[in-house]
Design a protein around this ligand. Structure first.
Ligand code: SIN
Length: 315
């Protein structure tokens, strides 16, 4: 494929950014309502490329919500950590938000920080839409990985083994760190613990994805602790291999839209070595309950499904 833009039927341009994941989309103005053709074409690009990027889209909170709502129902900004005051569907991704959550020294491993959004919920959001507002001149890139290609690149015997496994996802501080009072209070007041299949069948494409969110998945059900740890470390190392990933350099006005059913991502930590500020805002779309290759659905061990923010407002 050459660098020239590929045109699709709705005249979007789609520039792939790596072999397996990520494409930059042009030919669309996200501040305005989209035609049905454009919505279809963007959804198709999302399913194919897992994460899609738009440039020079200077959205207000209201336009961000309106763009997102064309693809599904919005959740509350974050079911545990709240939302922007006055904007229940917007979550603030500020540079120092995590500094208020954990204290101590985390055990840093190659997959530390990689996660899929809110997999502690029985119905994790199907997609997230993140927009950049204040962006450092350098540093602060985000990375995503393709969990479908990661599954497909496992050996057949290992695929058959993980196909039948399930794991427990919860909010907890990274190993070595402890939760601040604010973190502990938030996760106690909004407790979410769920058991998901390790392999998730995509409800739209039927593809299998290695659903192993490193930040949230704590234990493989039915395995001894050491067995679970060794298997998860192998899978986490595998899903974060560079050839399955894409790395995005933000600008003010950039928007990233990703499918949480087939990706995990990594927020940057190099920004803490720089004096620059970084501020982004995120919406998430209500997700379905994952189903494994054996047809078994995820179950909530604690907490309720994450519903639509609009429904919350009416209750
Ligand atoms: C996120 O985890 O959704 C935020 C990613 C980022 O800060 O780049």
């Amino acid at each position: 494929m050459n660098a020239a833009a590929l045109q699709n039927e709705a005249e979007l341009t789609v520039h792939p950014l790596s072999a397996h994941i990520g494409a930059e989309i042009g030919g669309v103005d996200l501040t305005r309502p989209l035609s049905a053709d454009k919505v279809r074409a963007i959804r198709a690009a999302l399913l194919e490329w897992r994460v899609i990027f738009f440039r020079e889209q200077f959205l207000s909170h209201e336009q961000h919500v309106a763009f997102s709502a064309q693809f599904g129902e919005l959740t509350v900004g974050h079911p545990v950590f709240g939302h922007v005051e006055g904007n229940p569907q917007i979550y603030s991704i500020s540079k120092f938000r995590k500094a208020t959550r954990f204290e101590g020294q985390s055990l840093l491993r190659p997959w530390t920080g990689w996660h899929t959004d809110v997999t502690a919920a029985v119905n994790p959001p199907f997609a997230s839409i993140l927009r950049g507002v204040t962006i450092p001149p350098y540093g602060g890139d985000t990375q995503w990985t393709n969990l479908v290609i990661a599954y497909e690149k496992l050996s057949a015997p290992l695929r058959a083994f993980v196909d039948g496994l399930r794991g427990v996802h919860r909010f907890a501080p990274p190993q070595g760190a402890s939760g601040t009072d604010a973190f502990n209070q938030a996760v106690t007041e909004h407790v979410l613990v769920s058991e998901h299949p390790l392999v998730r069948v995509h409800p739209e494409t039927g593809e299998r994805a290695l659903y192993v969110s490193p930040g949230f998945l704590k234990q493989v059900a039915g395995l001894a602790p050491r067995e679970s740890q060794a298997l998860l470390e192998l899978l986490w190392e595998h899903v974060t291999r560079p050839e399955f990933t894409v790395r995005f350099k933000w600008e003010a006005g950039s928007v990233a839209f990703w499918d949480n059913r087939t990706t995990a991502h990594l927020a940057p930590v190099d920004i803490f070595d720089l004096d620059f500020d970084r501020q982004l805002y995120r919406t998430t779309l209500v997700g379905d309950v994952p189903v494994g290759p054996d047809g078994r659905a995820s179950v909530a061990l604690e907490g309720s499904p994450v519903g639509a923010a609009a429904a919350l407002a009416q209750n």
